[in-house]
Design a protein around this ligand. Structure first.
Ligand SMILES: CSC[C@H]1O[C@H](OP(=O)(O)O)[C@H](O)[C@@H]1O
Ligand SMILES: Nc1ncnc2[nH]cnc12
Length: 306
């Protein structure tokens, strides 16, 4: 397992569409850990807050947005962050809104996910190995971390003074893409209880859970998807119009809360659900488990496989 900056980098930030860097923080260095699942989407940037606190930043689609949502190497991304010593991941994502009360430009903290990916994305570190594990995923985001973020993100948005509101306790649909939904699908997701839609939160959230990392998503709304009967359906051009402003606000939120998040991750209270959660999810050791597989899994779960 790589050990770069291990004691210091406790928080990882994953940037989505439009958020390719945190250039309001000080660049320290790039690292590019080669994991058993390959290289991450892009070299990871280690950046420093004014206090000196270090955070790791990873652009989900690569810095030039060259990876489609289905091609994002999510296992390598999560494994690489864990290898740096990261314990909590704050992910940003550009999302469509399935609710009138969440206009483009607003932010949301989802607490639930509906999986509409089509099984084409590798979504478990255990896939293809001789070890079986069933991680609990009833609460797909870290309940404590999300609770911790609510007030802080809201205050950071208020301080930004751009009129961006934070919506909480929302359900996000993760679809396969890369094409957007049909009007019928978009309307159906609303009847299912979906509030937001993206193409990226899975398998990222599942993999973070398997790696025992705290994981929360700040969803930044860019459009109303395709459910409004008298409006046009979503287009990439419409999304692009909002991406830059959302990314600026996201950078402001990150810079405002990351010091406290680092301190909270160090203290550990916000991570009590995740740490140790895989212990009873992994089927008991048998002589049929291959050593090479255990070695591979030790990269993300050294506690159980070293
Ligand atoms: C650019 S529109 C669709 C694209 O945007 C979102 O990406 P991310 O979640 O990485 O911000 C969405 O999930 C799609 O991948
Ligand atoms: N309407 C939408 N559907 C899926 N992913 C999105 N990302 C941004 N807007 C989206």
């Amino acid at each position: 397992m790589a050990s770069e900056g291990k004691e210091n980098v406790l928080v990882g930030v994953i940037g989505g569409s439009g958020l390719y860097h945190l250039d309001n923080l000080t660049f320290v260095k790039h690292v590019n850990p080669e994991t058993p699942w390959g290289l991450p989407s892009s070299p990871i940037t280690i950046c420093a807050l004014p206090s000196g606190t270090l955070v790791a930043f990873l652009a989900r689609h690569g810095p030039g947005h060259t990876l489609s949502p289905s091609a994002v190497p999510a296992r390598a991304n999560i494994a690489a962050l864990k290898s740096l010593g990261v314990r909590a991941v704050l992910a940003f994502s550009a999302v469509g809104s399935l609710r009138e009360e969440i206009p483009p430009g607003d932010f949301a903290l989802p607490t639930q996910i509906i999986d509409r990916t089509k099984g084409v994305r590798p979504s478990s570190f255990f896939e293809g190995t001789s070890v079986v594990a069933h991680a609990a995923f009833g609460d797909p985001f870290s309940v404590r971390l999300v609770g911790w973020l609510e007030g802080r993100v809201r205050r950071a948005l208020e301080a930004a003074g751009r009129g961006v509101r934070l919506h909480t306790d929302k359900c996000i649909v993760c679809m396969e893409g890369p094409q957007f939904s049909t009007r019928a699908e978009s309307a159906m997701y609303r009847t299912w209880g979906g509030d937001l839609i993206n193409m990226s939160v899975l398998p990222e959230a599942k993999l973070a859970r398997e790696a025992e990392l705290g994981y929360a998503l700040i969803a930044t709304a860019t459009d109303y998807d395709s459910w409004r009967p008298h409006e046009g359906s979503v287009t990439a051009a419409e999304v692009f119009k909002v991406l830059q402003a959302n990314a600026d606000t996201a950078r402001h939120v990150a810079a405002t809360i990351l010091d406290d998040l680092h301190a909270a991750a160090l203290e550990g209270d916000i991570l009590t659900e995740e740490i140790g959660s895989m212990k009873f999810s992994i089927m008991p050791r048998s002589e049929k488990q291959k050593d090479e597989d255990r070695k591979k899994l030790a990269y993300v779960l050294p506690e159980y496989f070293s």
